[in-house]
Design a protein around this ligand. Structure first.
Ligand SMILES: NC(=O)c1ccc[n+]([C@@H]2O[C@H](COP(=O)([O-])OP(=O)(O)OC[C@H]3O[C@@H](n4cnc5c(N)ncnc54)[C@H](OP(=O)(O)O)[C@@H]3O)[C@@H](O)[C@H]2O)c1
Length: 296
């Protein structure tokens, strides 16, 4: 069985150290985000756990600090379903941090019942795409100032089932939880592509990552039958630490092509929709419009 499992799981390691570097990981209190934060802390980075629930965030920070000697790990409040919270978080970062070398846009919600964010966006599109789009917009000056720096957007292979429904981005006319999730994950790849073009020559690189199929709490809103499948066959699925590998690969490997999509610690092909420059630039304009920002 180990051989079978090995077919799906990459193993990867790097001895790169991150002393003097600062990283933000969104949704770092659990799952892939927590494992990513733990690894970055082991390498000597100053790591900010950007989480919506401060009790869980403090717990994660103390877990990491207990395990990693001399870790510099801080829990900070960030609710990506609320632009006010995103502004407050960014303001705190500008007031407390001199630099930012890694922004890891990892937090996500999947296949949940219909709900809206504080600003009235459909939750999956609002948190997974718009929240991270807005956060990156606000932190871009610090990323440029700290260059070379990287933005890593955690997407999914599921992006390949997605379309961007420009006539109904927020699923107001009709809502399907899977369609909304795959749209948000496609948006992560398109955002990566467009952002990389726009920040070319600034020293900021941008990557989209598929972490693989990973055993985490992401399934909490899914059908009981699917949850049962994941729990039963969990031993075939990546652990959260293994799910962090491709994020870490992009974070630590120098000179990777920017604007691209990575899976299993390698450059990978994304869907035709995710390669469409016209859709990427339309989505950029629509996202700015929804958020009421100008981002040239
Ligand atoms: N697991 C997989 O198989 C898989 C596959 C492909 C892609 N991914 C992607 O991997 C990323 C991490 O997912 P995971 O599997 O590690 O799931 P997870 O264990 O459920 O972690 C998701 C994290 O996002 C946070 N989050 C949710 N809504 C938020 C909000 N409004 N503001 C701030 N944080 C919020 C959660 O916080 P709470 O704990 O407070 O809810 C949690 O920390 C996601 O982007 C997901 O789409 C996962």
């Amino acid at each position: 069985m180990n051989v079978f499992r090995g077919l799906f799981i990459n193993s990867w390691s790097s001895d790169v150290q991150l002393d003097g570097k600062t990283a933000i990981v969104t949704g770092a209190n659990t799952g892939i985000g927590k494992e990513t934060a733990r690894d970055l802390a082991k390498r000597g980075a100053r790591v900010i756990l950007a989480c919506r629930d401060m009790v869980k965030a403090e717990q994660a920070a103390s877990d990491i600090s207990r395990e990693v000697e001399n870790a510099t790990v801080m829990a900070r409040q960030l609710d990506l379903a609320d632009t006010k919270s995103i502004c407050d978080f960014a303001e705190l970062i500008y007031n407390t941090e001199k630099s930012l070398h890694l922004l890891i846009n990892n937090a996500g919600v999947a296949i949940c019942p219909y709900s809206t964010t504080a600003d009235g966006f459909e939750t999956q599109f609002g948190v997974n795409h718009l929240g991270h789009f807005f956060l990156t917009f606000l932190l871009m000056d610090l990323l440029k100032h700290s260059a070379p720096s990287k933005v890593i957007n955690v997407s999914s292979l599921a992006h390949s089932m997605g379309n961007i429904h420009f006539v109904d981005l927020n699923s107001k006319k009709s809502y399907h939880p899977v369609k909304a999730y795959v749209q948000s994950k496609l948006a992560n790849v398109l955002f990566t592509r467009e952002l990389a073009t726009r920040v070319e020559e600034t020293g900021v690189s941008v990557y989209a990552v598929d972490p693989g199929l990973v055993k985490t709490d992401l399934i909490r809103h899914m059908k009981k039958s699917l949850q049962f499948f994941v729990k039963t066959f969990g031993f075939l699925i990546k652990t959260p630490a293994e799910g962090a590998y491709t994020i870490l690969y992009c974070a630590l490997t120098p000179d990777l092509p920017t604007g691209a999509y990575y899976s299993n610690c390698a450059l990978a092909s994304c869907s035709r929709a995710a390669n469409d420059d016209n859709t990427a630039s339309r989505l950029w304009a629509a996202s700015c419009h929804l958020l009421g920002i100008r981002w040239r």
